[in-house]
Design a protein around this ligand. Structure first.
Ligand SMILES: [Zn+2]
Length: 272
């Protein structure tokens, strides 16, 4: 399933083809993906120019000159394919949406399992959108800081690991990245989220260590997803149950435990 780093990579690859281009024609081969396409979907896209392509959590948002935003989610298996000077003809049976751009490029959305989604919402109504409007700060943005994390976790009795997967606290962090960041920051996934903040909501040391590690883990994953030659390290704790802790001089052995239905890998010695 594509996580935030893969979705960001898709955004970076698609943006040069989409931004500033008019959608000249649309082929829709089904009435739905995970949910039905909005009414008159193809007609509402046709003739609109893509003003900007951004990402919120794992959603891609294309702002259109029509005043609407095309909200896209890749689901489990959604992919975009771009062909320069291609024809507006579906080639594969899972090619569901095909956009012909003014440049001559053709953008095809393929999704064998159809857990993806596409919707059109008024751009100026995104802040009230049931999904987008409730998202916390983007983890790679300046608004996600130790101070912001501490404020959001103040008084919360839930485990830190579970809090970091809550989209209202920080947007789009997947299980793997939370597990890795907690390990690198030396913070136990089982402690209460409230320990990240003082009683007045100021960040404690654990929050100050955690935030840069979250950003670093994501930045590395984006590098890995977008650059086939990237040789940076893989996971340091994820999927390493029973193996020795990689922290120098730590005698710990990595354990696995389930939290809120997801696997947590951790070192019982150096994560406090
Ligand atoms: Zn350790």
């Amino acid at each position: 399933m594509p996580e935030l780093p893969e979705v960001e990579t898709v955004r970076r690859q698609l943006a040069p083809f989409l931004v500033g281009e008019r959608i000249d024609d649309v082929v829709l081969r089904r009435a739905d993906l995970r949910a039905p396409f909005p009414a008159d979907f193809a007609a509402r896209l046709t003739g609109a120019t893509v003003l900007e392509l951004h990402r919120r959590a794992k959603h891609l948002l294309a702002d259109l000159s029509s005043g609407e935003t095309l909200l896209m989610h890749l689901g489990m298996s959604g992919e975009f394919r771009v062909e320069q000077g291609g024809e507006l003809l579906p080639v594969g049976k899972h090619d569901h949406v095909i956009l012909q751009l003014g440049s001559g490029a053709v953008v095809t959305f393929t999704d064998p399992r159809r857990f993806g989604s596409m919707d059109l919402v008024p751009t100026d109504g995104l802040a009230e959108h049931p999904v987008i409007g409730g998202l916390g700060p983007e983890p790679l943005s300046a608004s996600f800081s130790a101070a912001a994390l501490a404020r959001a976790c103040r008084g919360r009795k839930t485990a830190i690991k579970v809090a970091l997967l809550d989209q209202r606290i920080v947007a789009g962090l997947g299980n793997i990245y939370v597990v890795e960041a907690l390990y690198r920051a030396g913070v136990s996934p089982f402690r209460r989220a409230s320990i990240l903040a003082t009683p007045t909501g100021a960040p404690r040391d654990a929050a100050t260590r955690l935030v840069p590690q979250i950003k670093k883990v994501l930045a590395e994953a984006i590098e890995r997803a977008s650059n086939a030659n990237y040789r940076g390290g893989r996971f340091r704790v994820y999927d390493r149950e029973g193996k020795s802790c990689l922290r120098p001089r730590c005698p710990g052995v990595i354990r696995r435990r389930t939290q809120a239905g997801r696997s947590t890998f951790y070192c019982p010695i150096c994560q406090r």
